[in-house]
Design a protein around this ligand. Structure first.
Ligand code: ZN
Length: 133
């Protein structure tokens, strides 16, 4: 299972055993309502940690790959630099791309984009695989 939307209104059942009430919630950094929930059973907790590992990329790793500032391309085609990654990367389905939150230099604008888009906009990083970071 992958991080999914959880709000205070639908916290309920453990994502692993789908049996016990969930008592804990782990969210994707900078996405407080995206995550996984689990019960007090330690096996469930370990499974959740494994699931988080395969469905998220820590912000530190994202910054190692793309650098402290990145460029984006506006829908009009204009290039804009000085954007910053402010979240972990995460995906919601197995075949899906990783999503990440970025903000502009003033911090007033934010976007949620895929890693593929970041690689297209910042081609210098394309050949640096995550495994080697
Ligand atoms: Zn459980």
């Amino acid at each position: 299972m992958y991080p999914h939307r959880i709000t205070p209104f639908n916290i309920g059942i453990c994502d692993v055993c789908v049996d016990n009430k969930s008592t804990q919630f782990i969210s994707v950094k900078a996405f407080p309502h995206k995550g996984l929930q689990y019960c007090s059973n330690s096996t469930c907790k370990n499974t959740i940690n494994e699931w988080m590992k395969i469905s998220t990329i820590p912000i530190e790793t994202m910054i190692k790959k793309f650098g402290t500032t990145i460029s984006i391309r506006r829908s009009g085609g204009k290039r804009e630099s000085g954007w910053v990654i402010v979240s972990d990367g995460y995906k919601e389905i197995q075949e899906g791309d990783f999503w990440v939150k970025i903000v502009n230099s003033t911090g007033k604008q934010s976007k949620i984009v895929t890693i593929t888009m970041l690689e297209v906009w910042n081609p210098i990083y394309k050949n640096k695989p995550f495994e080697l970071l």
